[in-house]
Design a protein around this ligand. Structure first.
Ligand code: ZN
Length: 658
């Protein structure tokens, strides 16, 4: 591990935002390294003196606000809490965490400040301007060993203080404050929290940050001398063919026990497969998380194999067992019992969550835990914090508050859609509308698009059946299944009267608008059937189905045939809970189908100007791709959960259809 300190960047941050800018800068350096902190973990602070509105100097502790991630924290991410009040709180014999947090929130300088970290008082009691806290992999590797304390004492001697595992919050702060009174010294560089992490401190930002790096380096060096730093090499053979239906079935079971749809992201890298196939490691992983606050992201244990029901039962038993043991436990409501991590010898590492980012966080935590488990197992055995302590953490109101800040889930949270023709026009608008409702989306198009954590664009030709099969497997691998299928891709050939219509144009139009869609329906059916709340198919038809236009025989016929296929699908698949509906858009001109030339020709065919042609509907309105996409989402959403086999025009009102 190297120091990332850059004097120029540090100066620039200090220049623009003062000491707090510098505090944010070195916090981001810590946050940039996942082997130090993951997923909003860790916290940092700086003590400053600032004049208040009365002109009096006030000692403040600027501490990371909960909900902020160190990797991207900015000055507004720190809450300024009055130091004198923090220190007085530490003189109390005891304090509940809820009251502590209320005191901290009501003693901030800004009403709009984020909620101060639950570790605020620990930062306050340390007499250093800068304090940094991480859950460094190397440190928790050593402290999650049975003889962890002896080993870290070997490594650090009297450079740091040692604290046994104490629940974070007031109790831990109080413990550290008392310890500091007894053993604190100005030349100390940090505090090791057994089975939890590391604090470093210093009189300036660089000193505190570089002490953290140096302390972590020492732990890494120790692991090297013990011969466990190099991890085992996973086999080079490529992963087995993905059993996509099994993965989707597992996702369905998980969603059922959770009570809501969940995404399931597969990692079948050689490392993930090697870990999932090693019984010693997976059994060890089951003992708990590497540092306590991971428990709110991944629960205490991963599911080994695929028996979700047994996992949920055991989770329920563990809840009852532990709720009895904690004060006020009878008032606790059990969280959903679905695992967030699955280790399966064939499917690899699977991470579950309602949002793609939840899956990514769980996966990152798992990958770091893999290293910690492998090294601790080689050194005598992985011994993380015990079940009861992790239960306290998982059901700690302050931890739960962190999650509730993420807000209520969106309507398609945990669901996956496949959209064809996704790079432009109605398809792209559908991708956007689905994503804005929390859906994870896979797009297929001949043109590329910018991927994102909730969007997997795949480039290829829908008439290539092997490519389509492969794309569906990719969708399942990325998100765990398929809930919504939007059949949008279409070909609109140039205007040709029947007597001129050549065979090639006819077959090409049918191949995409009809054959490819029929094939997609067949290939997606096994997955739509496994959708936790019932699959949905949305076919983008055309006004031409009900009112064909001259010169568009191939297009009109292909769309009419596809509409008929959709109606049959609605009949056949209703028993599997799959709804199939058709939208018939017209006058949608912000799509690739409508080049200025085509528009001109069509207008001519109707004896109109382009402008007249565009608003050629009863409402005299222009219909946009976005309008169609929003209607498509609504048809797939809960408001139309009782509707299947419907054909809805979205065309501004068409005289020939009405
Ligand atoms: Zn911590």
């Amino acid at each position: 591990m190297k120091s990332l300190w850059n004097e120029k960047e540090a100066d620039a941050c200090k220049e623009s935002d003062g000491e707090l800018g510098l505090r944010a800068y070195s916090s981001r350096l810590l946050g940039a390294d996942e082997s130090l902190v993951l997923a909003g973990g860790g916290n940092t602070s700086v003590k400053l003196s600032e004049p208040n509105v009365l002109g009096e100097d006030v000692e403040l502790l600027y501490v990371k606000g909960s909900g902020w991630d160190l990797s991207e924290i900015e000055p507004p991410g720190f809450a300024g809490v009055r130091m004198d009040h923090c220190l007085r709180l530490l003189e109390l014999p005891e304090l509940t965490d809820a009251v502590m947090l209320n005191e901290l929130k009501t003693h901030c300088t800004l009403a709009s400040a984020p909620t101060p970290s639950v570790e605020t008082l620990l930062h306050a009691c340390l007499p250093f301007t800068y304090v940094d806290h991480t859950h460094a992999d190397a440190v928790v590797t050593l402290t999650n060993l049975a003889d962890g304390e002896a080993r870290v004492r070997d490594v650090y001697a009297d450079r740091v203080l040692y604290v046994p595992y104490v629940m974070p919050g007031y109790d831990l702060a109080k413990y550290c404050a008392d310890l500091w009174v007894r053993e604190g010294r100005g030349d100390l560089e940090g505090i090791v929290l057994l089975k939890h992490g590391m604090f470093s401190f210093g009189q300036d930002a660089r000193e505190s940050y570089e002490r953290m790096i140096s302390l972590v380096n020492q732990a890494e060096d120790y692991l090297r001398t013990q011969g466990v730093w190099e991890l085992s090499l996973p086999s080079k053979e490529s992963p087995p063919h993905l059993d996509a239906p099994s993965l989707a079935a597992l996702r369905q079971s998980l969603s059922t026990v959770a009570g809501f749809p969940m995404l399931l992201r597969a990692n079948r890298s050689p490392r993930a497969l090697a870990f999932a196939r090693n019984k010693q490691w997976t059994d060890a992983h089951k003992r708990g998380t590497a540092t306590p606050d991971h428990v709110i992201r991944v629960k205490r244990s991963p599911l080994l194999g695929r028996d979700v029901t047994a996992y949920a039962e055991s989770y329920g038993e563990s809840f009852s067992r532990n709720a009895e043991k904690v004060a006020g436990g009878e008032r606790l409501a059990m969280l959903d019992p679905a695992p967030r991590l699955v280790l399966d010898p064939e499917l690899g590492l699977l991470s579950a969550g309602r949002r793609p980012s939840d899956c990514a966080v769980a996966e990152a935590i798992a990958l770091h835990t893999f290293d910690i488990v492998e090294r601790t197992e080689a050194l005598g055995g992985y011994e993380p914090v015990g079940e009861l302590d992790l239960f306290r953490m998982e059901y700690w109101e302050l931890e739960q508050a962190k999650l509730s800040k993420l807000g209520t889930p969106l309507v398609f949270a945990g669901e996956v859609a496949l959209v064809t023709g996704s790079a432009s026009g109605i398809g792209r608008a559908c991708v956007n509308s689905l994503r804005s409702r929390g859906c994870a989306v896979v797009g297929i198009d001949l043109d590329s698009a910018e991927p994102a954590i909730d969007y997997l664009p795949i480039v290829g030709d829908l008439v290539d059946s092997e490519f389509v099969e492969d794309s569906i497997a990719k969708a399942v691998e990325a998100f765990g299944g398929l809930d919504i299928l939007v059949l949008n891709a279409g070909l609109f050939p140039p205007t040709q009267r029947l007597e001129e219509l050549d065979d090639e144009t006819w077959s090409k139009t049918m191949a995409l608008n009809l054959d490819a869609n029929q094939r997609l329906l067949r290939l997606c059916h096994p997955f739509l059937k496994l959708s936790p709340i019932g699959g949905r198919v949305l076919v983008v038809g055309s006004k031409n189905v009900l009112a064909p236009g001259p010169g568009a025989a191939a297009y009109s016929a292909s769309k009419a045939a596809m509409t008929q296929v959709a109606r049959v699908a609605a009949l056949e698949w209703a028993a599997s809970g799959i709804r199939v509906n058709v939208l018939h858009p017209n006058s949608v001109f912000d799509t690739n189908l409508w080049t200025p030339e085509i528009l001109e020709k069509r207008a001519q065919a109707y004896g109109m100007t382009v402008e007249e042609y565009k608003c050629r509907n009863l409402l005299k309105t222009e219909v946009s791709s976005h309008d169609v996409a929003e209607a498509a989402c609504e048809l797939c959403g809960p408001r139309f959960s009782k509707t299947t086999g419907a054909q809805v025009p979205i065309d501004g009102g068409e005289e020939r259809v009405v």
